[in-house]
Ligand binder design. Structure first.
Ligand code: COA
Length: 385
């Protein structure tokens, strides 16, 4: 297996992009990525998108995007794993290069979510829940995560203030991110007074509905060294795992098994332990999700996620910075793009290009991207060489 490097990164500003189509934003992020990389060679395209059929009435994205990128007649593949589709696209591009099938593999994550009403968007998202045992009965993702939050509060005494601090921290980081959908800070009072969505989760506990795209160009480490445009950044580990989608099928609601397994696999592949990781971009689709993910990956002990967040452990200047980009909460969550956008942030941090959000001395980052309420998860370990 060849060693794989990330030589190009591209993104667009996330938000409600009503003047742009899905193909526009996918192509724009890809062109930004190629410009960043210093090459225009692409041997394969790997696209992550959750639900373009329900959001914009367009499937068959592999062809559409390749066509509008001007790259017909090369392999183009679309992968789907709900909100983990972006991470899966990066894994697919990695496999292309590692296996020697492509010298240069492009990964694009994209989702156009705001062209439909909020009801239709909620329906589209809920198709990633278990239809028979969850969605059919009317439960949505805010509802599912609300149950997880309530369980965490009852078992560990996690408080509303601790949950709110996840959103406050991520908005603080996102306020410095030019690509964020909501680049502003928020207060505890604002979180606690925001509209109730699914008790105990309020509006400011939730990631928004977003249009967005991001892209990465992968090649061999050998090629990356020849390009010399950026410091060499490699993907040293990847883990991918699934769990029962329905919460009712899980033995312990508070252990996200797919997250635990995927993180463990990625660490093992990279030859690292969790203590070697400097920072992480994690899937904070709801405030409770960030806490559950950190506990499931072993970064924090079960039950310690709330207090540690409140004490600043995961802040930009804390012992283990989490979501320096602003996370899904502030940067936005265009579901199929999120996993790619997380790695965009990590590579920028490792290159030392994150400006006010720069984590001093960052060398190894972890990206954790999950589908639904943890039914699937992809983790990447990214290192500066
Ligand atoms: N965070 C911060 N502000 C938000 C927001 C969020 N998550 N969602 C919406 N807003 C803002 C809007 O910009 C708008 O501001 P304005 O009045 O200044 O224009 C205001 O809040 C109301 O927005 P609206 O679109 O009417 O909100 P809504 O009530 O229809 O939707 C949620 C809010 C939380 C229900 C929706 O964002 C949602 O479903 N989020 C979860 C998405 C999800 O499940 N993703 C998959 C995860 S697994």
């Amino acid at each position: 297996m060849k060693e794989v490097a990330i030589i190009g990164i591209g993104i667009i500003k996330f938000g409600e992009l009503w003047d742009k189509s899905l193909r526009d934003i996918a192509v724009e992020s890809a062109l930004n990525c190629l410009e960043d990389s210093g090459t225009d060679r692409i041997d394969s395209i790997n696209i992550g998108c959750m639900s373009s059929g329900l959001f914009i009435g367009q499937e068959h994205l592999a062809s559409i995007i390749a066509d509008y990128l001007g790259r017909l007649n090369i392999p183009s593949t679309r992968v789907e794993s709900a909100c983990a589709s972006g991470g899966l696209a990066v894994r697919s591009a990695f496999l292309e290069v590692a296996a020697g099938m492509s010298d240069y593999a492009l990964a694009i994550g994209v989702e156009k979510m705001t062209d439909v009403s909020m009801g239709e968007a909620t329906y589209a998202l809920a198709t990633a829940a278990d239809q028979d045992y969850e969605a059919f009965h009317g439960i949505t993702f805010p509802g599912l995560y609300a149950m997880l939050a309530r369980t965490h509060m009852e078992r560990w005494g996690t408080t509303r203030e601790q949950l709110a601090e996840v959103a406050i921290k991520n908005h603080r980081n996102g306020s410095m991110n030019q690509y964020a959908q909501f680049p502003f800070t928020i207060t505890l009072d604002a979180v606690l007074k925001s509209t109730m969505i699914a008790d105990p989760l309020r509006l400011l506990d939730c990631s928004p509905v977003t249009d967005g795209a991001a892209a990465l160009l992968l090649t061999t480490v050998e090629n990356a060294k020849k390009l010399k445009k950026h410091p060499v950044v490699v993907i040293s580990g990847i883990g991918s795992a699934v769990d029962s989608i329905a919460l009712s099928q899980r033995k312990d609601l508070l252990e996200l098994k797919a997250v635990k397994t995927a993180a463990g696999m990625a660490l093992q592949m990279s030859g690292r332990t969790i203590n070697d990781i400097d920072f992480a971009e994690v899937h904070d689709c709801f405030t409770i999700a960030e806490i559950l993910v950190l506990e499931s990956m072993g970064i924090l002990e079960p039950g310690k996620g709330g207090p540690a967040t409140l004490e600043g452990y995961t802040a930009l200047d804390g012992k283990f910075p989490v979501n320096p980009s602003g996370g899904l909460k502030s940067k936005g969550h265009p579901v199929g793009a999120t996993g790619v956008a997380q790695i965009f942030e990590i590579v920028n941090q490792l290159r030392g290009n994150s400006g006010k959000r720069q984590i001093p001395g960052a060398r190894i980052g972890l990206a954790q991207n999950m589908g639904g309420s943890g039914g699937s998860c992809i983790c990447h370990i990214i290192e500066a060489k």
